[in-house]
Design a protein around this ligand. Sequence first.
Ligand code: CA
Length: 146
Amino acid sequence: MRISIAVGARMNQQSSVKLVLFVEDESASRRGYVMYLTAAGFNVQEAATGQAALSAARARRPDVIVLDLGLPDIDGWEVARQLRAAPATAAVPIIALTGSDLPHERVSAMRAGCDRHLAKPCVPQHLLETIQLCIGELERKGREGR
Ligand code: CA
């Protein structure tokens, strides 16, 4: 398996417990998903702003990032671009949460560097499955850059 910066970064959490960085400014919505993902066995780091998301991603090297695109400071598209531009976070899968399922939302999320896209409101089970899919892909083939 190809050794990447991201794989090395995860060695301090060798166990099967994965870290999800959950970025959403609406606290009620965020808490609900965080409780669900925690109950499903994930470690979850929360962030309510784009700046907090960037700091947390650099500091903790999450396995997956769930990123609401509508954020109060730096919007999610810019957060995704900055994550992709930084070697330390370039390979971390990003699941975008957007306000609608319109094609242009999906396209703009992908262009910003997101791997997947879910429209809100998103059933927690669907988010969980998408996270598991991302982790499975990452573990299966390693990450060959983007
Ligand atoms: Ca939002």
